[in-house]
Design a protein around this ligand. Structure first.
Ligand code: GLP
Length: 342
């Protein structure tokens, strides 16, 4: 069952939506229940490699661009930086060069930029986007929007408001691409960022500065501030795809997908969106319950060998002799099935 979306929460029909959500719930109770969905509150697609996951995301972007083009509409993309989307951008560049995918019809808005920073500096996200995507494709430079790291602090508020207004004037972001920080940040919305947050200047956590220090000569050169699209702006995108690769992202992916919705893990707020999915590799999926405790989510074909293995494993974990295991132990371990089989 999907939650009530943030956009819906903002509307006046809240009670109506509770009613709809309840109807959906009752329906799900009688239809087949997907046990993975019982843990994962955001749809997750898992690929063996970064290349395959990125190719899948690139396909989705390309289809949307073509679909919008055929409808005579602009395609508005929200774009991310960091190491995560590099392979995706390389694939889009390949599609442009080898498959004639055109970006003439595309308008882009980037999530964030360090502050202060020279837009031409190698580490700036303005330069990053040129290097990895824009200079290789046929996008109209007038359609590229990235927060400006060169403004004075006094100018930022007006800049942020204008940035959001421009997004609205295009009709809103059709597809927002996100990465995820080790602390759960999306864009540069650090833990504690409100679900209602707007585009603004934000203090970077030291852990974030440390994670991004590889782009700079040393940590002291990593800016302490950044301009970021707010969470409320991200949640207004019509569709959201979050990408995550590698074992270091596994714990935060699990929290975002299976944990409670909390501002201390900003990516968990994506559970409130009605069209958000995660595209991740196997390493980033490693601690999802479906892999860490498959007995809780899978349909098991209980061979005698499997039963022995599961029961011995449970006894070892609980430090109890097998014959002292209780019915509650079996159900807590997701082995309730065994109590009913002969
Ligand atoms: C960066 C960016 C985010 C990005 C995240 C993860 O600092 N501001 O938009 O998603 O942190 O970075 P990486 O992809 O390098 O792991």
């Amino acid at each position: 069952m999907r939650g009530v979306s943030f956009n819906e929460l903002q509307g006046k029909n809240f009670l109506h939506h509770i009613f709809i959500a309840k109807e959906e719930y009752m329906h799900n109770q009688t239809s087949e229940i997907n046990l993975i969905d019982a843990f994962e509150r955001i749809p997750v697609q898992i690929f063996p490699t970064i290349k395959e996951g990125s190719a899948h995301a690139a396909q989705q972007i390309a289809s949307l661009i073509k679909q919008k083009e055929q409808a005579g509409e602009k395609c508005v993309l929200g774009l991310a930086t960091g190491s995560t989307p590099k392979t995706l951008y390389a694939e889009l560049v390949r599609m442009h060069k080898q498959e004639a995918l055109s970006f003439k019809n595309v308008i882009t808005f980037n999530l964030d930029e360090y502050y202060p920073i020279d837009n031409d500096a190698f580490q700036s996200y303005n330069a990053f986007m040129q290097r990895h995507l824009f200079k290789h494709i046929d996008i109209d430079p007038a359609n590229i929007h990235i927060p400006d790291g060169q403004l004075t602090k006094e100018e930022i508020k007006t800049h942020a408001l204008a940035y959001e207004r421009m997004i609205e004037e295009t009709g809103g972001i059709d597809l927002q691409i996100l990465g995820i920080g080790n602390n759960g940040h999306i864009g540069f919305n650090e833990p504690g960022s409100s679900i209602y947050s707007k585009t603004r200047l934000i203090n970077l956590e030291n852990s974030t500065r440390l994670a991004n220090a590889y782009e700079f000569a040393n940590i002291s050169e990593v800016p302490r501030l950044a301009i970021t699209m707010g969470i409320s702006v991200i949640l207004k995108a019509k569709k959201i795809i979050l990408l995550a690769w590698g074992p270091s992202k596994a714990p935060v992916v699990q929290k975002a997908v299976e944990g409670n919705v909390t501002e201390s893990v900003p990516a968990s707020l994506l559970q409130q969106h009605n069209d958000c999915s995660f595209i991740i590799d196997e390493a980033a999926a490693a601690v999802l319950t479906r892999f860490k405790s498959p007995l809780l989510t899978g349909e098991i074909n209980w061979s005698p060998k499997m039963i022995k293995k599961a029961v011995v494993n449970m006894a070892l974990k609980l430090e109890k002799p097998v014959l002292s295991l209780t019915n509650n132990d079996y159900t807590d371990f997701g082995l309730g099935d065994l109590l009913f089989d002969e």
